[in-house]
Write a protein that binds this ligand. Structure first.
Ligand SMILES: NC(=O)c1ccc[n+]([C@@H]2O[C@H](COP(=O)([O-])OP(=O)(O)OC[C@H]3O[C@@H](n4cnc5c(N)ncnc54)[C@H](OP(=O)(O)O)[C@@H]3O)[C@@H](O)[C@H]2O)c1
Length: 276
């Protein structure tokens, strides 16, 4: 049986194996899909060990997406633009193809939820692999994106990566506290990993209002700490990242098997039976 995996650290919380099992059942394509915990300095060793033992495709998650980009022989156009890779396919030639399905997965979920339109002004929290991977599709869709990150230099690095592309800018965290009443954001996306440790990014609560859409890339059985905080400060329209996870997984499945699963059915099933 063809073997796939998700590699990351931490990895215990990952729901990718359940989602891929649902895709397999739906499409009748059998695949083995496992979780691999990767010690922080051991990504390349673990990855090549998996490939040597028959692995033919992988999802790469926190915090290895930039490292994954570096080991690819070929890149899809969207992976090339984003500079980060979350999906890998081993080609028949044994060369490594890298893709990024996070951005398209997020955009699809935001559209399903009606959280976005082509004039949305977006505040993006975080400047890690996930943040970098989602920017290009959002800008291409027509949105304006402002990055705010705990470490300002990491946000600056993303701006440089995209060559100062139009509609993308970054702010220092302290400046967000100064200008927060002057700029209206339609959508706030938490792409930090703060929720994993039960923390909330440090941003002014005055940004939150009943009209703003609040989206956390993290997902949880209970509401994520960030979404709880948004509700306390008046948000009415919130979502965690389970829809994105399923949408991005579907594009990975497509890269590996050439079939795109029906995600609407899976998202409905996931939420109905609380498969978190
Ligand atoms: N739903 C989905 O399909 C999906 C897909 C991809 C990722 N994700 C989620 O997205 C999140 C980020 O993943 P990633 O791959 O981008 O991780 P990453 O590359 O390790 O980046 C982590 C980011 O979070 C920031 N951060 C960490 N702890 C923080 C805290 N306590 N307060 C404020 N900022 C903090 C870091 O800031 P510094 O730069 O200052 O270190 C960095 O910007 C994770 O929760 C992951 O599970 C979800």
């Amino acid at each position: 049986m063809k073997t796939f995996a998700v590699l990351g650290n931490p990895i215990k919380h990952s729901k990718s194996p359940i989602i891929h099992k649902l895709f397999s059942e739906q499409t009748k394509i059998s695949q083995k899909y496992i979780k691999i915990y990767v010690p922080i300095n051991n990504f390349y060793k673990k990855f090549f060990h998996f490939i040597k033992n028959g692995g033919i495709g992988a999802n790469i998650t926190i915090p290895f997406k930039k490292k994954a980009y570096k080991l690819c022989d070929f890149l899809t156009r969207r992976a090339q633009y984003s500079g980060v890779v979350n999906t890998i396919k081993i080609l028949e030639s044994k060369k490594i193809l890298g893709d990024n399905t996070d951005g398209i997965g997020l955009l699809k979920d935001l559209q399903n939820l009606k959280f976005i339109n082509n004039t949305s002004n977006i505040l993006l929290l975080g400047a890690g692999g996930a943040a970098q991977g989602i920017i290009y599709p959002l800008i291409k869709f027509g949105c304006n994106v402002t990055i705010v990150n705990r470490t300002y230099q990491n946000a600056k690095n993303i701006i440089n990566h995209f060559n100062n592309i139009k509609n993308l800018n970054c702010l220092k965290l302290e400046d967000l506290f100064i200008i927060n009443n002057k700029i209206k954001y339609n959508l706030i996306i938490n792409a930090t990993s703060s929720s994993i440790q039960g923390n909330i990014p440090n941003i002014p609560s005055t940004i939150i209002n009943p009209d703003i859409f609040c989206y956390d890339l993290f997902y949880n059985f209970n509401k994520t700490p960030f979404l709880k905080w948004c509700i306390i400060h008046g948000a009415k329209k919130i979502s965690d990242g389970i829809g994105m996870l399923i949408e991005q997984a579907a594009y990975s499945f497509y890269l590996w098997h050439g079939i795109i699963p029906n995600t609407k059915i899976i998202i409905k099933k996931y939420k109905k039976y609380n498969l978190y």
